[in-house]
Design a protein. Structure first.
Length: 815
């Protein structure tokens, strides 16, 4: 097998042409892969130390409901030979993107791991769901759960045991990060809810979820080390951050994931405080397995393992895809794990008890989710579609049985259409531009409107064709896609309307469009813009792509009813937003395969838009802080350092802390109706009311459960408000609660509650926000615990982070 003939795409792994050259490097003979830690240059690391050593790796206990699964897993492990044990923790080339080999004598069929967060990527007859950024924009817990469940049904139907998602790393520290759209929102609370609901849905379907990429995987640039002549010439980027920022931003959503009992966590490519994520004992043994009480297994991102025993002792449980050499993607058939695990146990370097715990962790969720009983076989067509480890790379036979090319889509198209519409964010709507009122003449502009001309499987930034997912391992293979143009034509036909369209951005941008359309001006001009993002590359700008700004200017100069729709990975500056002829703007993000239908439902008012921005749209690109670390021009081995000096101030936390005006704030979105809030009330939990018992600053010590100290998840207060639909059409509001903590270094307001409330016109409803202990606490680095501050805690409720109308104060520590 020639490595260069293999496709380079895998979960969390997409090598560009520059990186591909590494494959041909001769293998280093000096690299044993068993050194403990990277040498640290403390001069460079400066104010940050290195990751503290946290050993040994804690054993799983099955706590939190997996006790029976754990017992079965232990029994299974007790029957394995040492060689079988080594294989249980090591990936092998096979039909899926990741494969654990079968142990036929124990009736264990092996494990099939598949990308990715918005679809089962390596599959035919499977659905492509809305991307994470769209899910976040829905602010809809029920949608998040149902999407997870539906995706889970498809993974299961295809025989995939393990879903490589959902994503909360990147969280979205930087507006430019290439994978933000795979995750949800730069707000950890919103992302935490999305993680929990997705995992609950997925695992309800009997498929294991993998929360990834752990942790602070906040940029793509230099996520992997550079190699020259078989040695590392520059280490991967090191994300250097303080302990409080780690807890309150980046670890927060992973705590929700662990609480939802995610089966797996995937460690990231880059380093944290100088130590590779997949061998950083402080984050794996410390934060994840001890503090959060994680009971599942840690798998490496594809090629993110940089050591054998050192990584194992630091908490890594499974090497994926396995068999890779010490650098790059050379498939050696053994790699850091595999036979080297056997050797390390035999010569006494690795304690067999640790190896046993790795497998117990891998097999506990397998049993706990019932995957040992009647789980479908891997769809044989998977093997034909898998470009990462095609048959020519296999080192062993796979017994592929059952129906090939199973159609697992069920009725998910209807769900995807509904979800796509529920996630669209209406940013501007003037002169009653939307909903459309049966226009008889429609003009459609932009290369994002129509059919895809060169590449159905989103692996490149093609010029012509609508964009409904980004690129890399987080994409999906569409079985069909409903384009905006196609859906508009179908809908307009009901009104016998004229639909003219121009898809060539260059042409539109450089032509007087009045010379294009038939002399009578169209009633409405719809402009479709797109913005690409992909794994392994950070975005280089925040504009829409393909000259889209000029397209808008050209159309709007001639059409006084220009409606702009963006299909985008996330943040765009929208410099034409105040143009008087731009009457409406819809941020449609990446809605999935029913894209056009979802959009038409919103444009024509069959669905009242209810999406809200899961990030901030600034006035200028230069207003954003925390850019990715790029353009390191020096060649020192340790030179790629990223300092998270902004601490808690990312996205709206930063704009609010510095009173920076924004174009559209976090949480903002319009509706075809209007809503009002009233009657904020706060109530202490019954247990603490009437002085029965007082609330302590620190959580009462309790045995750690998945998610950490259970006291952190206890509801201490319930805040209620009345939401009223004051307009003339039915629709959904998204009331949001923000907390102001009297603690230095804390952003002015932080999201700690939201709900999506559907209300008939004129109706009202009481909405409750349960405030858990964690919601009212900050991470105290001295006591290494979450503390509720003394003094008043401010509560603000409104319809966005800057449209706050209901205020209250609580003082939890006053008796
Ligand atoms: C550490 O980095 C500094 C700054 O680049 C450099 O001057 C020094 O030689 C390095 N120390 C070691 C031990 O490599
Ligand atoms: C990183 O270093 C900082 C500064 O020493 C420290 O506060 C933090 O706990 C460290 N985090 C990890 C995961 O090593
Ligand atoms: C894990 O359990 C084994 C016994 O199965 C024990 O020898 C080992 O010390 C335990 N490890 C830890 C970290 O508790
Ligand atoms: C694993 O062990 C073999 C010898 O058994 C060695 O040649 C190889 O380099 C090791 N792999 C890694 C990644 O260290
Ligand atoms: C034990 O085996 C491992 C894996 O092959 C090797 O890296 C290590 O050097 C060996 N240690 C001893 C003491 O032989
Ligand atoms: C292949 O799998 C099928 C179904 O699980 C089983 O009946 C058959 O015995 C297997 N064949 C081999 C050669 O393992
Ligand atoms: C798009 O329009 C430009 C400007 O008119 C033209 O040069 C180019 O050939 C057109 N592209 C296609 C694919 O027709
Ligand atoms: C708005 O559109 C009208 C045509 O409907 C045009 O005459 C006018 O110049 C446009 N306004 C701007 C600011 O471009
Ligand atoms: C656009 O211009 C036409 C003709 O002047 C006018 O009738 C219409 O109301 C304008 N539309 C908007 C949205 O301003
Ligand atoms: C690296 O070089 C580029 C291009 O010359 C320059 O724009 C950039 O500022 C340099 N980066 C640093 C960190 O010096
Ligand atoms: C922001 O505005 C608030 C209220 O006007 C003020 O208290 C605060 O000092 C301002 N902060 C900055 C950084 O200017």
């Amino acid at each position: 097998m020639s490595p260069t003939t293999r496709s380079v795409l895998a979960c969390g792994l997409l090598l560009g042409s520059a990186a591909r050259a590494q494959w041909n490097d001769p293998q280093s003979s000096s690299s044993s892969g068993f050194s403990y830690v990277q040498p640290l240059n403390t001069t460079i690391l400066g104010q940050y130390g290195h990751s503290p050593a946290v050993y040994p790796s804690p054993n799983a206990t099955g706590s939190g409901g997996w006790e029976a699964g754990l017992a079965k897993a232990k029994d299974f492990v007790s029957k394995l030979t040492l060689e079988e044990k080594a294989l249980m923790v090591t990936g092998y080339p096979g039909p899926c993107v990741g494969n654990i080999l079968a142990v036929p004598r124990l009736n264990f069929p092996g494990l099939c791991l598949q990308d990715g967060p918005l679809a089962i990527r390596v599959a035919d007859y499977a659905s492509v769901f809305p991307a994470g950024v769209s899910v976040a924009a829905s602010w809809d817990r029920d949608l998040m759960y149902k999407r997870g469940l539906a995706m889970g049904e498809e993974f299961r139907g295809k025989g995939a045991h393990i879903f490589l998602g959902p994503v909360s790393g990147p969280l979205g520290r930087s507006a430019y990060a290439g994978r933000n759209w795979e995750g949800f929102s730069p707000d950890p609370y919103l992302t935490g809810v999305a993680m929990e609901e997705t995992i609950n849905g997925m695992q309800k379907a009997g498929v294991q979820a993998t929360a990834k990429h752990f942790i602070v995987n906040e940029q793509e640039t230099q996520r992997n080390p550079s190699w020259k002549n078989g040695v590392i010439s520059q280490e991967a980027l090191s994300a250097n951050l303080d302990d409080r920022t780690m807890h309150e931003l980046y670890l927060w959503p992973f705590a929700n994931a662990v609480r939802a009992k995610t089966a797996a966590v995937m460690c990231a490519y880059q380093r944290i405080n100088g130590s590779y994520a997949c061998q950083n004992s402080a984050v794996l043994n410390g934060l994840l397995k001890t503090e959060l009480g994680f009971q599942g297994y840690v798998m490496s991102d594809w090629g993110a393992t940089h050591a054998g025993v050192a990584a194992i002792e630091a908490g890594l449980d499974m090497d994926m895809p396995g068999g890779l050499g010490p650098y790059g993607m050379t498939w050696t058939g053994n790699g850091f794990f595999g036979p080297n695990v056997t050797a390390a146990v035999n010569n006494g370097t690795l304690d067999q008890a640790r190896l046993d715990d790795m497998i117990v962790r891998i097999m506990t969720p397998y049993y706990a989710l019932g995957q040992d009983t009647s789980f479908p076989s891997v769809d044989p067509s998977t093997a034909d579609l898998n470009t990462f480890s095609p048959r020519s790379t296999w080192l062993t036979e796979f017994n592929l049985t059952g129906e090939s090319s199973r159609d697992v889509r069920g009725n998910h198209a209807a769900l995807i259409r509904e979800h796509g519409a529920a996630a669209m964010v209406l940013l501007k709507n003037e002169n009653g531009a939307l909903p459309l009122k049966a226009p008889k003449s429609i003009a459609v502009f932009g290369n994002d409107a129509g059919e895809i001309t060169d590449g159905f499987y989103n692996q490149k930034d093609y010029e012509y064709g609508t964009l409904s997912a980004g690129g890399g391992s987080g994409t999906g293979r569409f079985t069909y896609i409903v384009t905006p143009l196609e859906a508009i034509k179908a809908r307009a036909a009901k009104d016998n309307a004229l639909v003219q369209h121009w898809l060539n951005n260059t042409l539109i941008a450089t032509t007087d469009v009045t010379t294009l359309w038939i002399p009578k001006r169209p009633e409405v001009c719809l402009v479709f813009l797109k913005t690409w993002a992909e794994e392994a590359a950070d975005r280089t700008h925040l504009d829409v792509d393909w000259n889209g700004n000029d397209v808008v200017e050209s159309v709007a100069s001639a059409c006084n009813n220009t409606i702009v729709v963006t299909h985008s990975a996330g943040i765009n500056t929208l410099p034409w937003a105040d143009h008087p002829n731009v009457t409406a703007i819809v941020a449609a993000h990446y809605p999935g395969q029913e894209s056009g239908n979802s959009l038409v439902d919103v444009l024509y008012g069959d669905v009242n838009p209810s999406g809200r921005l899961p990030y901030t749209v600034a006035l200028e690109a230069s207003d954003y802080n925390a850019p990715p670390t790029t353009a390191i021009n020096t060649t020192g081995v340790e030179d790629w350092q990223s300092w998270f000096d902004e601490k808690l101030e990312i996205d709206y936390r930063y704009f609010d802390a510095h009173n920076i005006s924004v174009r559209y704030e976090f949480g903002f979105g319009l509706s075809y109706t209007t809503f009002a809030l009233s009657d904020i009330k706060t109530a202490k939990a019954d247990k603490y009311s009437k002085k029965k018992s007082t609330i302590s600053a620190a959580p009462p010590a309790q045995a750690v459960q998945p998610g950490g100290n259970p006291a952190l998840w206890e509801t201490l207060y319930t805040v209620t408000v009345t939401v009223r639909n004051t307009g003339k059409v039915d629709g959904a509001a998204v009331p949001q609660l923000y907390v102001t903590l009297p603690v230095p270094g804390t952003p002015p307001r932080q999201l700690r509650g939201f709900d999506k409330v559907y209300l008939k016109a004129g109706k009202s409803k009481t909405v409750s926000f349960p405030l858990m202990r964690r919601d009212l606490s900050y991470w105290d680095v001295v006591s290494q615990d979450w503390l509720i501050p003394s003094g008043d805690i401010g509560l603000s409720v409104g319809f966005s982070s800057r449209d706050l109308t209901q205020f209250a104060t609580i003082t939890p520590l006053s008796s």
